[in-house]
Design a protein around this ligand. Structure first.
Ligand code: SAM
Length: 287
């Protein structure tokens, strides 16, 4: 079945209507599906999580290429259609859930135990929640080897941004600490139904073999990054005053000094390595 035939069949089923607020723009182009499969380097040794299967267009490609597929969909009205059209694949699991609340760690552990060599996440992500989804996957420290996302071009630019530019932010630092980020190809609004207002791009995030620095407490790293970018026009001396354990300005200044970072710089100028250094000295310089 072509993507268009699938979407028509779904609409004829009578129970589904596109919900804009859920970011429902379904892919209709088979060439893009093929390019996604190649870019994600899918093999039968992969267990793949798909975020937001929609009508199951990307899902079916994943089921053909990978050894195990979990699809997580928030829209209840899509569940019966997905079960009916894809339920015959023995390696298909479907969760009706908000991916932001799903216990992916448990599923990943079970797939590793079953012998799958790589864990991958693929998704034509709902636009309204792209950044929170990527941040959650990173912050939860999930054992994921590769992520392939179709996202707004503007978010793709943020993932690739350099320090000191307006696109450089918490998402850039979080993603690139753990992964190499590449924009692989652009996608025109014309290949979706309904057409989104913005252009999209496919990005691949590949986990680094070894992270650029050893950070003992990843949660603290993300907390510092958020604090630094939360008030991005402020100097680090002021912005990091919002850290829960910051006593006063002298305390923040001392910790920055220990990390070899000028307290008058802004967070947006710090490299990923500098953020990592700050996160590793932060707890030790508290007295
Ligand atoms: N994968 C399909 C495709 O490419 O045609 C659909 C992609 S559409 C851009 C995004 C999908 O994510 C929709 O099916 C939507 O219902 C689902 N979705 C939106 N928010 C979600 C969430 N928080 N958790 C899981 N799925 C979500």
């Amino acid at each position: 079945m072509t993507p268009m035939e699938k979407i028509r069949l779904l609409q004829q089923s009578g129970s589904f209507q596109f919900t804009k607020s859920l970011g429902q723009n379904f892919l209709t182009d088979e060439n893009i599906l093929r390019k996604m499969a190649v870019t994600a380097k899918l093999t039968k040794a992969d267990a793949v999580i798909e975020i937001g299967p929609g009508a199951g267009i990307v899902t079916e490609m994943l089921l053909q290429e990978a050894g195990s597929v979990l699809a997580v969909e928030i829209d209840k009205s899509l569940i019966p259609f997905l079960q009916e059209t894809l339920g015959h694949y023995p390696h298909f699991t479907l969760w009706h859930q908000d991916v932001l609340k799903a216990n992916l760690a448990e599923w990943i552990t079970a797939q590793r135990a079953a012998g799958f060599q790589s864990i991958k996440v693929v998704g034509n992500l709902p636009y309204y929640v792209t950044t929170p989804i990527i941040m959650k996957l990173l912050e939860d420290g999930l054992d994921i080897d590769l992520m392939l996302f179709m996202i707004q071009k503007e978010v793709a630019q943020r993932l690739a941004a350099k320090p000191g530019t307006k696109d450089y932010g918490a998402l850039t630092v979080g993603a690139r600490f753990y992964c190499e980020a590449e924009k692989v190809f652009d996608v025109s609004p014309q290949v979706f139904i309904p057409r989104p207002k913005v252009a999209s791009a496919v990005v691949r995030l590949t986990r680094h073999e070894t992270p650029p620095a050893d950070i003992p407490d990843p949660a603290l790293f993300f907390q510092l990054v958020r604090a630094a970018f939360g008030q991005r026009r402020k100097t680090l001396l002021n912005a990091l005053g919002t850290m829960p354990d910051a006593v006063d300005k002298a305390d923040v200044a001392r910790r920055l000094n220990d990390a070899g970072i000028d307290a008058n710089r802004r967070g947006e100028t710090l490299s990923i390595e500098e953020f990592a250094r700050l996160a590793s000295v932060w707890p030790d310089s508290s007295d």
